[in-house]
Design a protein around this ligand. Structure first.
Ligand code: SF4
Length: 328
């Protein structure tokens, strides 16, 4: 394969066909960083309005660093994976404390920030600082497996590890950010998981899998992981217009450190009639959640709080609660 031509063809296409996404305008380190964290495990369509709202609320790294954790979590509501929001705030505080508020341009310094792994560091350094660091995500893996006809599973850690030297070899010194984004853009819009649009592909002439007619079978199918069923019985405890909320500890399996409705058995209360029921997925957990009316039998536990009924949505940031409490 002529890698020089591959780069030129893909970069030319990207310049012409890239989507106009808000984080691509004025790609400062802060804006790129926030977008990359939000886009992990979340679609562009879901992220776009949240990203714009987040930047309105926290327009600078300094404003994020000085915000309370609850304010950041509230702004993150609906995006899930809330440890991402906590780490974002902690990393902003670290940049203020350790780098005088200027986002570092050194790979090891970026990687040392909370919540930033090799992928995010590569994205920030290549897109915002124009440094030739590679990145590997699901889109890049899919494009590589097809372009180079590599037989592996996209979620197999040993296979993913092999993608990094390839990405490093290909990333150009000029326009590394455009190159990395072009690979991801190709995977998101043309070389899609099902039925890649090879007829419209700007690099089809370089693609080994296409030449061999193997593109639909690559990457190899994942070994399916069965969902883990989880059942919660939650309690609606209301008194004098206030509802008892419960802060889940960091020992909980799901929704750690977030406010929720108390689970039966965690507060002294007698469950009564069923008010609602819903189903919700968190990673590979399939939750069945029922809500029962209850009256407190003992005192409220220390990790709980009475909140006016009209204000509970300021605390219940997971979309699970919105499903369970549509009219409350
Ligand atoms: Fe993907 Fe098809 Fe392009 Fe190959 S030719 S990179 S399989 S879209």
């Amino acid at each position: 394969m002529n890698e020089r031509r591959l780069r030129a063809d893909l970069l030319r296409w990207y310049g012409r066909a890239k989507r106009d996404l808000p984080w691509r305008r004025n790609p400062t380190p802060y804006r790129v960083w926030v977008s990359e964290i939000m886009l992990q495990q979340t679609t562009v369509a879901a992220v776009t309005p949240k990203y714009l709202a987040f930047l309105r609320r926290f327009p600078t790294l300094a404003s994020l660093a000085s915000a309370t954790e609850d304010a950041v979590l509230k702004q993150w509501a609906g995006l899930g994976y809330y440890s991402r929001a906590r780490n974002l705030r902690r990393a902003a505080q670290a940049v203020v404390a350790e780098h005088s508020g200027r986002f570092p341009a050194d790979f090891d310094a970026v990687l040392a920030l909370p919540g930033i792994g090799r992928y995010t560091a590569g994205a920030i350094l290549s897109i915002a600082f124009q440094k030739p660091y590679p990145l590997v995500d699901g889109n890049v893996i899919r494009v590589f497996t097809r372009l180079f006809c590599l037989k592996g599973r996209a979620k197999d850690p040993a296979f993913v590890k092999k993608m990094w030297p390839l990405a490093q070899r290909l990333v150009p010194a000029a326009l590394p950010g455009d190159w990395n984004q072009a690979l991801m853009e190709l995977g998101a819009t043309v070389c899609t998981p099902d039925s890649p649009s090879c007829g419209a592909c700007p690099v089809a002439k370089h693609c080994v899998a296409f030449r061999k007619g193997l593109q639909d079978g690559l990457p190899l199918p994942e070994i399916r992981r069965e969902p883990v069923p989880v059942h919660w019985s939650c309690l609606w405890i209301e008194k004098n217009g206030k509802v008892l909320l419960w802060r889940r500890s960091d020992k909980e399996r799901l929704l750690k450190n977030l406010w929720g409705l108390p689970e039966a058995g965690r507060v002294e209360a007698t469950p009564g009639r069923m008010l609602a029921m819903t189903w919700h997925s968190i990673t590979h957990h399939a939750l069945t959640v029922e809500l029962r009316e209850a009256a407190l039998a003992g005192g409220a536990p220390p990790e709980s709080k009475w909140v006016p009924r009209g204000a509970i949505r300021d605390y219940l940031v997971s979309s699970l609660w919105l499903k369970l409490l549509p009219s409350r």
